[in-house]
Design a protein around this ligand. Structure first.
Ligand code: MG
Length: 374
């Protein structure tokens, strides 16, 4: 065997070993060739299984836009979900996406550069940018034939259990939802109305699994909030998310100082700059792809939060399996996961994450974000 043949066969063996756990042979690795990125998109309104009741709103549908980016025979899938509080809608997302010219880029790995370009087209529009970001990650992963948790050097087995959300509702519906949530090892309860204690008591009659509490900015009295934190701590609650208005720094810092439970920022933290700004006010942050603009920023947020000693929670909106599976690739970096958004809708066009032993588990044999169309 000459030196050249030897080197070639060694490289082939190395590739086969690297990809063996994925059940993918080295022959399927793609040669990367620069090409054109072609973007297309279509609205897909999400139908919710139950009315979604929060402290300040209620709804039965969520506007959503599905994105595809074609590159060298590959399709990358992305999604923009627009819960009303983020200020985007189907029209704004379609308008933003129609202004993009991705054909000027020849390399889908240049995700940071494409984000800089999108920021020159318009500021904000985080969900719309997120859709493009997820689709680019999907293509990059498909070119390398690796799922993104591996690209980030993460072990999927480190993902935490995910919570299942019990919204604000009548006692009958709360009981129904708790029964539905039996595969989950953590429950998340939405709070902010008069029935909060009643809801927790109903859950405690049925199960002793830990509870996470999301107030969605619904509390206003610091004394009542502190009393509630003590009451919840005595009932196996893990943390309290966004107790006060996102701008109410004084009450939040006061509560964090005295609360027996960690206080987590959601609405108060959008991107990586907010993580630094809020590090002294909260104990942790809730990262969501739709509010931060996608997987690129979400990964940076997780890295910075961990460096600052903050807890990391990974959440989602009501989304299809596209957005939730993309987020789940980052789950091994999270202390807590709240990735049930795809289970709250009845018209999911994708197959992706599954709940295995309480954990959101990404398909190990699928590259990119890990979804296929169904
Ligand atoms: Mg929240």
């Amino acid at each position: 065997m000459d030196r050249r043949t030897f080197l070639r066969s060694s490289l082939m063996s190395a590739a086969a070993v690297t990809l063996a756990p994925l059940g993918i042979s080295w022959q399927k690795r793609r040669e990367f060739k620069p090409g054109k990125l072609n973007l297309s998109f279509a609205p897909h309104e999400l139908q919710l299984r139950h009315a979604f009741n929060l402290a300040k709103s209620s709804r039965t549908v969520t506007p959503d836009v599905l994105v595809k980016i074609e590159f060298d025979g590959l399709t990358g899938y992305g999604e923009a979900s627009m819960p009303p509080y983020l200020g985007e809608n189907e029209k704004s997302v379609c308008n933003f996406l129609s202004q993009l010219d991705l054909s000027q880029f020849s390399d889908p790995f240049h995700i940071a550069e494409i984000h800089r370009y999108m920021d020159t087209v318009a500021t904000g529009n985080q969900a719309a940018k997120c859709a493009v970001d997820i689709a680019l990650h999907d293509i990059a992963g498909k070119i390398t034939v690796q799922p993104w948790h591996r690209m980030w050097g993460l072990n999927a087995a480190d993902a935490p259990c995910t919570s299942f959300t019990i919204g604000i509702d009548t006692p009958e519906v709360v009981r129904e939802k708790v029964a539905e949530a039996s595969p989950y090892k953590v429950l998340k309860v939405k709070m902010g109305l008069d029935r909060d204690k009643e809801t927790v008591e109903i859950i405690r009659e049925m199960t002793d699994v830990p509870i996470c509490v999301d107030v969605n900015q619904g509390w206003s009295s610091r004394e009542e909030a502190l009393e509630m934190c003590h009451w919840l701590a005595a009932r196996n609650c893990l943390f309290v998310e966004q107790p006060f208005d996102k701008t109410d720094v004084d009450n939040t810092a006061w509560l964090r100082e005295k609360s027996p439970l960690p206080i987590i920022a959601d609405e108060a933290v959008q991107g990586v700059n907010d993580v630094r700004r809020m590090a002294d006010i909260y104990d942790g942050i809730n990262i969501k792809l739709m509010k931060c603009g996608g997987m690129h920023e979400a990964h940076e947020m997780a890295v910075v939060a961990k460096a600052l000693g903050l807890k990391v929670m990974l959440g989602c909106m009501t989304e299809t399996s596209c957005g939730v599976t993309a987020a789940a690739q980052l789950a091994p970096m999270a202390d807590w996961a709240d990735l049930d958004g795809n289970l709250l809708i009845s018209n999911d066009p994708f197959d992706g994450v599954k709940i295995v032993d309480g954990k959101v588990t990404v398909p190990s044999d699928r590259p990119g974000i890990g979804v296929v169309e169904v």
